[in-house]
Design a protein. Sequence first.
Length: 366
Amino acid sequence: MIQHKDHFHGSDLEKIEQLYGIKKEDITSFSANVNPLGISPLLKKTLCDHIDAITTYPDRDYASLRKCLSSYTGADPAHIIVGNGSTELISLFIQITHPKKALVLGPTYSEYEREISLEGGTTLYYPLKEEQDFKLDIPDFTAHLNENLDLVVICNPNNPTSSCITRKEMRCILDVCKQYGIYVMVDETYVEFTEDVTAITSIPLAQDYNNIIILRGTSKFFAAPGLRLGYAITGNRDLLTEIHTKKNPWTINSLAAIAGEIMFQDTEYIEKTRQLISAERKRISELLSKNPAFKIYPAQANFILVRLLKESLTSGLLFDTAIRQKMMIRDCSTFPFLNDKYFRFCIMSPEMNYKLLSCLLTAADV
C-alpha cells in the first residue's frame, strides 16, 4: 500500500495519476458525487446552436435564466440570484453578513469554515451523532442556539453523511433562529437526488422567512461542474439589494446562462436521473447491509456513507485497494468527527456499481 498524507477530492484525478501511475481518463470517480448519466442530452444536442451568443454581453440581470429557474424551483424570480457556481455565492453571502460566530453541522463540507475564517469569523461545530445515524436531533440542536450566534450553516442533504432535514424540521430551526437574529444558510447541492424533493427543499420557506438563503448549483445533479453555474434564493429584500450591489456583473458567461435554461427544461433527463439514483441507492444499501464488515447509514443523496466494522479494514486501505482497480472512493478520515473507519462513495452506472461492490466485498472477505 502506498503511504501518503493526501485525502483526495473527487476532482484530484491529476494527483492520483502522478501517485499511482494510472491515467486519469481510466479512473471512475466514485468520489465526485456527479450524475452518472453525464450532461443533459438536450443540452448536448442544442448548445452549439447558440454559439453566436458569445459575440454579445450576457443580460446583466439574467432575466431569462432566472425565469427558467423560477419555473424549475417554484421560487419567485425576484428572489433568485445567479453566480459563478454556488461557491461564489457562499463566499459573497458570508462577506456581506460577516458572521463573527457561526454554527455548522459536522461532519460536513469544509468550504463553509474556510469562508467564515477568511472573514475573521469563528466556526463552532454541532456534531451529528453516529448512534442516531447522523440524523439531526432538532430539539437538542435548537437548544444550542443563542444570541451569540450570527449564522447557522446546514448542508441538506448533508455531505458526507447523506442524511437530511425535512422542510417541517427546517421551519422549527428558522423560528428559533429568528428569535436570536441568526441567519440560516442552507446548501441544497444534493437535494434533487432525494426521494421526495418537495418534502426536503427549503425554497418555499423563502416566502415566509427573511433569515434564510438557499444555495444550489449544477455541478452534481446536472453533471456540469465545469460550467460554474450556481444560484441562490432568499426573500430578504435588503440582502438581495446588497448582493446585487456588491456582486460583479456578468459572472456567468452567455453560453453558461443559455446552458442553464436548456438543462432545467430537460424533464426527461431529470426524471431518468432520479429513477436511476433511487433504484441503485436502494439496491446497493440493501446488499452492503447484509455484510457484517459494513455499517450503511440511511442515504438521501446520491452517495452513501459507510463505517467499517472489521478491525483489519481502514478507509485508507480500502481507498488503495479500489484505486488499483481504477475506482476512486472518498476516504472520510479528514472530515470532522470521522476517522479512518469511514468512507463514502457515490452512485454511478449499474455496471460500475457492480464492479465497486465486488471490490468492497472481496476486501471485506480477505
